[in-house]
Design a protein around this ligand. Structure first.
Ligand SMILES: C[S@@+](CC[C@H](N)C(=O)[O-])C[C@H]1O[C@@H](n2cnc3c(N)ncnc32)[C@H](O)[C@@H]1O
Length: 278
């Protein structure tokens, strides 16, 4: 009993930490300026149509939820970090989209079984620490015959490598937590969803990010906007040598990926996966 209470308290503390982390910096600008294409790609791949009930899990500012709502679907944007909803509401209003915003943990979704025709997550559910728990929730809330659509950064792509680069500088992950970019591995997701889905279609694609004059400029910008990176820098803030080393490593990563001739151009690889709930 005490063990169970301890586990519940530990999970609550971990989620509170994650919520605070995603509220750092300026994630809304990342979704708006760098990866808006991903939400549209996911909505298109999932074939969302008028009147369908759609849940966007770990929706953030509604990168997928807003274009889904624009198809005429009834959309719920759910996220652990409701601090992001204000920017989401503004972006929905600008686009003329109507949808509902609700706080929720991807590992314990506050919805009944089979509540949705389509369950989406755009580089979102991958950040829930217990992959099987989160996958079970995606499956549970999707009705039989409904669709699940996911976009996840691949382990071998730029964002996956960025997490690998930051790992030696980050606090050790809590017991049982799995690395987010594993969701970008097709076999991992097939194993998580198991025989509860069919018609799995997966392909790797890239979204291109640019607008920085150099690798160092990307790094300095990223350090101010992206919660997980800001959190790692905070962890090592007392050690200038480690800060300098992480600075070097992140700039080297961006320089290695750069294919620009006049300013930095980075291809960020992701896995786009759709499946039908049995
Ligand atoms: C990279 S952002 C993606 C947001 C949005 N889907 C997009 O495409 O811009 C990751 C999101 O996952 C959310 N998140 C992290 N852990 C979560 C959890 N356990 N349950 C629900 N959302 C979570 C964060 O709050 C954040 O909004």
């Amino acid at each position: 009993m005490t063990d169970t209470l301890d586990a519940v308290a530990a999970d609550r503390a971990l989620k509170a930490k994650h919520r605070a982390m995603w509220g750092l910096g300026d994630y809304p600008s990342v979704a708006r300026d760098l990866i808006p294409e991903l939400g549209r790609v996911l909505v298109e791949a999932a074939g969302i149509g008028r009147g369908e009930r759609v849940l966007d899990v770990a929706a953030g500012t509604g990168n997928a939820a807003v274009p889904a709502a624009l198809t005429g679907a009834q959309v719920v944007a759910s996220d652990l970090t409701p601090e992001l909803f204000e920017a989401g509401r503004e972006s929905a209003a600008r686009a003329g989209a109507e949808l509902t915003w609700e706080e929720g943990d991807a590992e314990a979704l506050p919805y009944g079984d089979a509540s949705f025709d389509v369950v989406l997550s755009c580089v979102g559910v991958m950040f829930a620490p217990h992959h099987q728990r989160a996958a079970d929730e995606l499956v549970r809330v999707c009705r039989p015959g409904g669709r699940i659509g996911l976009v996840s950064w691949t382990p071998e792509g730029f964002v996956g490598e960025m997490f690998t680069t930051m790992k030696p500088y980050a606090p050790p992950p809590p017991p049982g937590a799995q690395p987010p970019p594993l969701w970008g591995d097709e076999q991992h997701v097939r194993d998580l969803l198991g025989d509860r889905v069919t018609d799995v279609v997966a392909r790797r694609q890239v979204v291109t990010a640019s607008g920085w004059p150099s690798a160092e400029a990307w790094r300095d910008h990223w350090k101010t906007v992206y919660g997980p990176t800001i959190a790692v820098y905070r962890h090592i803030a007392d050690d200038p040598d480690r800060v300098a080393a992480l600075d070097r490593d992140l700039a080297a990563l961006a320089a290695r990926y750069d294919r620009g001739t006049d300013g930095l151009v980075l291809d960020w690889e992701y896995l786009l996966l759709t499946a039908r709930r049995v």
